[in-house]
Ligand binder design. Structure first.
Ligand SMILES: C[S@@+](CC[C@H](N)C(=O)[O-])C[C@H]1O[C@@H](n2cnc3c(N)ncnc32)[C@H](O)[C@@H]1O
Length: 367
């Protein structure tokens, strides 16, 4: 069966309509047919999109400095969610090794079998002393101490779509039509009505809403007994997320580095993402008993945590190394590229620290 047929049957079995979150869940995570199930390359120049760890090893090396500071006081391990190609794990472990602070275990929770396989391939090239610390999990541990890392994971969680129209709120879902999959709006279910945010001021407005992000945050909060969670992703605070100009939401698809806004076309063939609402995510964390100890632009985090110091360690006369490294770091820091729409957030339990990554440019007041 192909994914189109599978989703069509799902729609039929559900009286002709499924939420966009169900559609997105199948499109990305169907265990055999979803986008993340296929063995095709997703990340980097030969894939569909590029993430910070793919752009430069200096991202992971810098995150490693922040991780070390937490491990110095918590003495725990590292748990990475959705580890992509494995490069972030490789770079954080190398950084921790060079700082003399290797954890006993570096855990990876990766729902995609095919990505976990790729990660194993890449990471098996590390020295045995690093590789033996890496363990793949199928589910969260019951309890965890240390540092949890999620880079571009929350933007990949299935979202519901809400449509606000002249005082009424609808959920935008998916049905079948002669042209394939089509949008179809319904009155909100009682369950969604209880969860949905207040309507924005504009009369006609479409936005995404991600209860799965609160669910994941709750799950993580319940296992984190002491330590910190570092979240890197693109997104906004609530007032920017619901900015009156953003009337059609933030949903984007990526295929071969081309962006489009047609998620109902070719499900399973392309990535689908939505920007993260950091205000809602921060509130979910504090409601779950965590402390919000840092929030700033990703570029600011990287500068605070010493990315430029790391760059200084390369000899500028070694132009083959130096210029590509500088150019990639510039992309990480530039506000036109990854610098400002990407944010870094840290929530913690029982950690009394001034985190090196959040010393300047604090934006918690915006959440
Ligand atoms: C956009 S990719 C980012 C990959 C990688 N972190 C990077 O930055 O290159 C999203 C990743 O999140 C994973 N993912 C999705 N839902 C997840 C969940 N509930 N828990 C852990 N990982 C998840 C996906 O399988 C995928 O590896």
């Amino acid at each position: 069966m192909n994914l189109n047929n599978y989703i069509s049957e799902l729609i039929e079995a559900n009286q002709g309509w499924v939420s966009f979150a169900s559609f997105m869940h199948e499109a990305l995570y169907h265990p055999q047919l979803g986008y993340y199930a296929s063995g095709l390359q997703k990340f980097g120049p030969g894939g569909d999109f590029i993430t910070a760890p793919e752009l430069s090893r200096f991202f992971g090396m810098t995150v490693g400095r922040q991780v070390k500071q937490v491990l110095d006081v918590v003495e725990g391990n590292v748990l990475e969610l959705g580890a992509g190609s494995g490069k972030l794990c490789r770079d954080i472990l190398s950084s921790l090794e060079s700082q003399g602070r290797l954890p006993d275990r570096y855990l990876i929770l990766e729902p995609s079998e095919s990505l976990a396989h790729r990660q194993r391939e890449l990471l098996s090239e590390l020295s045995p002393q690093l590789f033996e610390r890496i363990h793949w999990l199928r589910e969260l541990p019951e309890q965890f101490e240390g540092v949890i890392i999620a880079n571009e994971v929350f933007d990949a969680l299935p979202v519901h779509i809400l449509k606000f129209d002249n005082g009424e709120t609808f959920e935008r879902g998916v049905c079948r039509s002669s042209e394939g999959f089509s949008w179809s709006d319904r009155k909100l279910s009682k369950e969604m009505e209880a969860l949905a945010p207040e309507p924005p001021s504009a009369n006609s407005y479409i936005t995404e809403f991600c209860p799965a992000a609160f669910g994941l945050m709750n799950d993580l909060a319940s296992v984190l007994s002491s330590g910190a969670m570092l979240i890197f992703d693109y997104g906004y605070e609530a007032d920017s997320y619901y900015h009156p100009d953003r009337v059609s939401g933030t949903l984007m698809c990526y295929h071969r580095h081309q962006a489009d806004t047609f998620p109902l076309l070719e499900p399973g063939e392309k990535d689908i993402t939505a920007h993260v609402n950091f205000s809602l995510l921060a509130h979910a964390a504090t409601d779950a008993g965590l402390d919000l100890i840092g929030y700033c632009n990703q570029a600011q985090f990287l500068v605070n945590a010493g990315i430029t110091t790391l760059l200084e360690e390369i000899d500028p006369s070694d132009s083959a190394q130096y210029y590509p490294a500088v150019s990639a770091v510039q992309k990480l820091l530039s506000s036109d590229a990854m610098g400002s729409v990407f944010k870094a957030m840290c929530v913690s339990r029982q950690v009394d620290l001034t985190m090196i990554g959040f010393t300047d440019g604090d934006r918690r007041y915006r959440l």
